[in-house]
Design a protein around this ligand. Structure first.
Ligand code: B12
Ligand code: SF4
Length: 684
């Protein structure tokens, strides 16, 4: 394992407030930043920036077809698994859960992991730790630790950039050279798309595998490369192919998996290691699938037989932009490369940058068309963003083009999906916000939903490899194609109807569907419309999926008792639809209650306050809300607090799905403000 000189605890001390002497007896809490997420709040949560990799920055514009999925905090899991001191982990806790933990358990050390947009949360967490655990040592790590002047901005004892396993071992006086144990990590959780919860059976989930962190290519904008040493450096947890292969065998056995999400910025760059893994896979007949990140030039340095043999079935690859001068792309025709990979069943997630130095309002459409015409299975778009620690940031800092993070831009908004944090030479007045959305929309309009593009690539792979002489390779392609005649055919059937107003897209979808039918015959022909009807209804439902404000409106209707004779106001269309849907459900419930003689009947929902609840959730002032209803101020406050009570119950009951819990949390914080916030009223 490569150790970076600057990653030594003694170099990083800011001010140690605790008298605790760290050692293997220390009780440690590791935590990621608190939720709720995906809403606008003073701690830096942003509605536009959910905790979902795909929905955030890849399938953002794909509506009901967006791939929804959550990830655990892999860095913290890796640290926890590799220190001997007793260590608990809070993975994306709510604020309340975090407070409960630090109030109830006497930890000696609390480690917080965060990225830069979450600085407000880290400041608040440090404040809370000082309040509830005044003797604890606070360590802040992860990408936030590269932030300018971070040591003066958070009340932590240590700020620790780079690899946390080495840092903690050193800090606790443990052997830093012990081998790295790999945690058991499911690559994604709570996966959902097209309104369907993707429940994976054993063998169908992928394990996350972390061979290295950082990337020695050192592209000027790359935060991950900079974090672990920049150009020419990285941290390898497993140096050799043999070590890595053993870890994979262990994960295969313990987690019953056959695929790996390889969380390594440039897995194929470590050629000797990758080829040794291939050799061992061949020797032991491993039919694994590997999902990897890799730069284009590195991919092209392998033969297709090597890639296929290694089980590379999905590649996240930087396309960056036309004429971008990156070494990793020099001399590569990325169109040919994507096409070539597709023909071997290798799915590609292309990643493009919006706002490179040469992008202008005049050429931005061309830039977007260039990216979209790659027709990669997924496409990530990010704004060109100088992040502290990177050469690009240093360049902007030197020429004075960075925006002032105190006055001109909120740090919580520097996440690459909203606006620049610097003055772009050509793109001004916030036009980038529109450009990035345009890129997502255009990709969706031309290439359709990513989850269906995958069907095309998978089919190509199956057709080309179903008769491959090597049973190991045949087995992988067969496994990857096994859902084509049912789930994928059904999805394509449904999508054909869903996109009926886009004839070009319909033609594309039909082509793939017909090819699947040709390949799988009667099975696909029969199953496509059966599965398709179900999927179509789910897509429709997902498209109308209740948001957090609508949830509050419904709960409000359950507790509101109008005055006698008060008519229901004329409701806006979407609220009217919700009322109708609720009423039909209540009719059903009452029929059942009548049948089984359950009295009194469940209270009927009343939507008299729907507009007021909606406006309050959208941030309207209380005076305005009072004008919107016949209720007086006291009644309204009581009413909102009853809704909060229901939301609390919804979050606490074990039968609520995680998605609904998350939504209830968001709804709660929208309502619990100003005069409604009882705690705040007591404090003031
Ligand atoms: C998975 C991932 C996510 C996941 C989940 C992250 C999680 N569960 O923590 C999700 C999808 C939620 C996500 C979202 C975003 N992400 Co992200 N994400 C990643 C990704 C791909 C992998 C992270 C990872 O697990 N790496 C592997 C582990 C082992 O490494 P690690 O996390 O760095 O941890 C090591 C060290 O950092 C350190 N360490 C970590 N924590 C701690 C704590 C302590 C106390 C100590 C001492 C050390 C320490 O030790 C670990 C072991 O060596 C990285 C890119 C990358 N390759 O790292 C981007 C990355 C972290 N994400 C990034 C960004 C910008 C975002 C988004 C803002 C993107 C967006 N606009 O769409 C959102 C933010 C969401 C939000 N609301 O905050 C940036 C961060 C940039 C920065 N400098 O702050 C990165 C680096 C990508 C990039 N190159 O731009 N992300
Ligand atoms: S090749 Fe990719 S991971 Fe490596 S430095 Fe460049 S952008 Fe970062």
């Amino acid at each position: 394992m490569q150790i970076m000189a600057e990653n030594k605890p003694e170099n990083l001390t800011k001010r140690v407030k605790s008298t605790h002497i760290p050692g293997t007896h220390s009780r440690i809490l590791l935590t990621s930043v608190f939720g709720p997420y995906a809403q606008d709040d003073k701690f830096g949560s942003r509605k536009i920036n959910p905790m979902e990799l795909y929905h955030n920055q890849v399938t953002r514009g794909q509506g009901a077809f967006s791939l929804r999925m959550f990830h655990r905090s892999w860095g913290l899991m890796l640290i926890q698994t590799n220190i001997t001191a007793p260590c608990s982990l809070l993975d994306f806790p709510t604020g309340d859960r975090f407070i409960q933990e630090i109030r109830e358990v006497q930890y000696d050390i609390v480690g917080i992991s965060a990225i830069m947009p979450n600085i407000g949360k880290v400041q608040e967490m440090c404040r809370l730790i000082r309040e509830y655990l005044p003797n604890a040592i606070i360590v802040v790590g992860g990408h936030i630790s590269n932030m300018t002047a971070i040591r003066n901005r958070v009340d932590a004892d240590y700020v620790a950039p780079g690899d946390g396993v080495h840092w903690f071992r050193h800090f606790l006086g443990e052997d830093t050279n012990r081998p790295i144990h790999h945690p058991l990590i499911l690559s994604g959780i709570l996966t959902r798309t097209m309104g369907l919860n993707v429940r994976r059976k054993k063998l169908e989930v992928a394990a996350t595998l972390i061979p290295s962190v950082g990337c020695p290519m050192g592209c000027n904008f790359c935060a991950t490369s900079a974090m672990f040493g920049g150009k020419g450096r990285s941290v390898n947890f497993y140096e050799t192919g043999d070590e890595l292969f053993n870890v994979m065998c262990g994960l295969e056995k313990q987690m019953e998996v056959r695929s790996f999400f390889v969380m390594d910025e440039n897995f194929l760059l470590y050629r000797k290691r990758a080829l040794r893994v291939l050799e061992l896979m061949e020797k032991q007949g491993k039919s694994w699938s590997l999902y990897v990140f890799s730069s284009a030039r590195v991919i092209q340095s392998y033969t297709i037989e090597q890639l296929v043999g290694l089980g590379i079935s999905w590649i996240w690859m930087g396309l960056e932009g036309k004429e971008s001068q990156y070494e990793k792309l020099s001399g590569i025709n990325t169109f040919d490369l994507v096409r070539h990979l597709h023909s071997h069943g290798i799915r590609v997630l292309g990643s493009s940058i919006i706002g490179l130095e040469n992008h202008t309002p005049e050429n931005i459409n061309e830039v977007i068309e260039y990216a979209v015409s790659h027709d990669s299975d997924f496409h990530q778009f990010m704004l060109y963003t100088p992040i502290p620690g990177t050469p690009l940031y240093a360049e902007h800092a030197a020429n004075g083009s960075l925006l002032d993070s105190q006055k001109e831009i909120d740090e919580a908004d520097i996440h690459g999906q909203l606006k620049f944090n610097y003055k772009h030479p050509h793109i001004k007045n916030g036009e980038e916000t529109e450009y990035i959305l345009k890129a997502f929309d255009r990709d969706y309009e031309v290439n359709g939903p990513s989850v269906l593009r995958i069907a095309r690539t998978t089919l190509e792979g199956w057709i080309n490899y179903k008769n491959h002489p090597d049973p190991r390779i045949r087995a992988r392609y067969a496994y990857e194609a096994h859902e084509l005649p049912f789930k994928y055919a059904g999805s394509l059937w449904a999508a054909r109807i869903w996109f009926k107003d886009n004839p070009q897209l319909v033609a594309r979808i039909e082509r793939v569907l017909n090819d699947i039918k040709k390949e799988f015959g009667l099975k696909a022909k029969l199953l496509a419309p059966i599965a398709g009807r179900v999927i179509l209804s789910k897509i429709r439902k997902e498209d109308r999926f209740l948001n957090e404000i609508e949830l509050a409106v419904i709960l409000s209707s359950l507790v509101h008792e109008p005055r006698k004779g008060d008519p229901v106001p004329h409701l806006k269309k979407h609220l009217h639809q919700i009322m109708r849907a609720c009423e039909s459900t209540f009719h059903y419930i009452h029929r059942k209650e009548s049948k089984y003689k359950i009295y009194p009947y469940t209270k009927w929902p009343h939507f008299h306050l729907a507009h007021a609840v909606e406006a309050w959730c959208q941030g309207a002032g209380f005076d305005r809300i009072v004008q919107m209803t016949k209720a007086d101020e006291g009644e309204l406050v009581r009413h909102f607090r009853m809704v909060l009570q229901l939301l609390r119950q919804l979050r606490e009951t074990p039968f609520t799905s995680a998605v609904l819990k998350e939504k209830a949390g968001r709804s709660f914080s929208l309502i619990n403000r100003g005069v409604v916030d009882a705690e705040k009223q007591l404090r003031t």
